[in-house]
Design a protein around this ligand. Structure first.
Ligand SMILES: C[S@@+](CC[C@H](N)C(=O)[O-])C[C@H]1O[C@@H](n2cnc3c(N)ncnc32)[C@H](O)[C@@H]1O
Length: 230
């Protein structure tokens, strides 16, 4: 079983997700205490896909995060570099055009998509500055990006409890339900090491995105960042 380390070697990250693919969606629902569904709805509202819009759902995994865009009538392209996650996605959602691709070398032409979104993926990309630049490249001028990622709870007492919950409770609970509990040690570590809300906003601006804004979900456990291509 593979557990990626914090240097996030792409081959280790891909095999770690290959290992968790079969039970990925179930584990998500249990560990997020059902919040994952609410977060997905908030992402759908922020992306606001219209019928016919071309939407790239990057690091789409099993494709669950892509469903709201397909349901809105958009042409969604779920893209991921873990073949295990893509295979599981193909079984569950045979109609989705699941596509193999690395976030740092996207297999799409410039200015292809009206919107690019990535849920719980960017934190796992070793060279996330290059990924943000690639996302900008494949978005049409005026198009938008929405990033849904774990972040930093804004209320200090809650932040302390949350960090304790993450570091202590996550791996034992994951042992009971996941096919690779070690992946959840990585999850906790990578969340702690991830930039806070203003930090991610700054990375978006550095990559060339404009009108960067964010909103917190579940007290900042998750943040949605939205920005536009100039
Ligand atoms: C936690 S899963 C999120 C899946 C889905 N977006 C969701 O919300 O359920 C993270 C995904 O990011 C993918 N990933 C990580 N680094 C990637 C990269 N460089 N290129 C493409 N996919 C990547 C992994 O393979 C994994 O499927």
């Amino acid at each position: 079983m593979t557990r990626a380390s914090l240097d996030k070697q792409p081959s280790e990250v891909a095999s770690m997700f290959d290992d968790v693919a079969a039970k990925y969606d179930l584990t998500n629902d249990v560990l997020s205490l059902g919040q994952a569904r609410l977060w997905r709805k908030a992402v759908a509202r922020a992306v606001d896909a219209r019928p016919g819009d071309r939407v790239l759902d990057l690091a789409a995994g099993t494709g669950t995060s892509s469903l709201p865009f397909a349901e809105a009538g958009a042409q969604v392209v779920p893209c991921d570099f873990s073949l295990g996650m893509l295979r599981e996605g193909k079984k569950r959602h045979p109609r989705l055009p699941l596509t193999a691709g690395d976030a740092t070398r996207l297999p799409f032409r410039d200015d292809t998509f009206d919107a690019v979104t990535i849920s719980f993926g960017l934190r796992n990309v070793q060279d996330n500055a290059t990924a943000l630049a690639e996302m900008l490249r494949v978005t049409r001028p005026g198009g938008r990006v929405v990033i849904c990622e774990f972040s930093h709870p804004t209320w200090a007492p809650f932040r302390t409890v949350y960090t304790e919950y993450l570091m202590r409770a996550l791996p034992p609970v994951a042992t009971a339900i996941s096919s690779n509990p070690d992946a959840y040690v990585y999850l906790a570590e990578s969340i702690r090491a991830w930039p806070d809300q203003p930090g991610l906003a700054a990375r978006l601006r550095t990559a060339g995105w404009s009108r960067v804004a964010w909103r917190n979900l579940t007290g900042g456990v998750v943040a949605l960042h939205r920005a536009f291509k100039p």
